[in-house]
Design a protein around this ligand. Sequence first.
Ligand code: NAD
Length: 368
Amino acid sequence: MARPHEFVIVGTGGIADIHALDITKLTGRAEIVAAVDTDPERLSAFTKKWSVPRSYADVTTMLDAESPDVVDVCTPPALHAAQARACMERGLTVLCEKPPTLSLAELDELAALESAGTGRFAAVVQHRFGSGARKLRSLVADARLGPPTVAVCNTLWFRPDEYFAVPWRGKWEIEGGGPTLGHGIHQMDLMLSILGPWHRVVAVADRQARPTDTEDVSAAIVTFDNGAVATVVNSLLSPRETSYLRFDFARATVELEHLYGYGDGDWRITPVPGHEDTATAAWNEGPAGLPSGHAAQLSAVLDALDEGGAPPVPVAQIRPTMDLVTAIYASAFTGRPVCAGEIGPESAFYRRLDGTGAPWLTTEEERL
Ligand SMILES: NC(=O)c1ccc[n+]([C@@H]2O[C@H](COP(=O)([O-])OP(=O)(O)OC[C@H]3O[C@@H](n4cnc5c(N)ncnc54)[C@H](O)[C@@H]3O)[C@@H](O)[C@H]2O)c1
């Protein structure tokens, strides 16, 4: 049997525990050989809890000593690009928590490294990997469902003021954005992975209630190359929380309702009368039994590594999601529609998701 793939975890906070738990469950396939954190107490608690043999206070020292199969970046968003770049420049493979970067500019720098064959980058977007999403992706072009026409993509979550006490939250330069980037990215990424290339977006965003610089709600209308039209809402102000995706095809509606992870039972298909047998038969075929979550993506990452391939989800596949996120901000703050691929280096939104500044931050001091 092949040796386990060696992981180094960078950032040993909340989400790192989920990664560690799932790596531990993949007995014999992966192991954590080291961890990095600038907070010595967190680092020591983590290494003790997960029996990690080596620990480091910074990424450079770790890179001088280790050459793992995967560097698993679980730090606050503003650190992702620089830490990923440092690892990729050593030729390493990076698995990076969402959001992959704070901007398209940072993502394109990682893409340049990838295309030069200098390291590999994979973004964590774990809801692509449950059996329901895999099944629906394989059915999108299936005549039994027919073409997609309408979609709904809601991330209606609730985060009280206290949630933003963590120093990196709610700031453009550290978290990068509000629910559009940090929370709704999961649902939007899943929607794009199913419906394919998006074409144009019109959006609004606002900071209604939370003590943040970033938005706490955004809403958008997105059209797709295949003609489908979707509404998207990303909110941290919604007391009855839900993550809801709905896809209307010509012959059936497919819905997914969950919160932070789904199983097969969270999906529902409603065929058009007269198409019950064919649409239901189509839905009952294909993958089953795999819940979405970090374990599902980690397995897919290890499958790719076993075969010597690039782990999912590479820069090229996450870029349309970051492009849509960026375009939602650009449309909301400029009041005009934005097309896919339109935001390039000449746009203020290419380097910062608030572009030239969120409209609700009125003074220069507030914008910093
Ligand atoms: N995929 C998901 O569903 C999901 C869920 C929650 C969080 N996340 C993402 O995971 C990331 C981390 O979130 P969290 O909730 O675990 O945050 P956290 O604040 O709990 O943990 C971050 C850790 O990084 C450490 N850190 C800070 N600077 C560092 C540095 N320079 N080098 C090494 N370590 C450093 C901190 O000390 C802390 O232990 C964020 O990007 C977040 O968006 C993803």
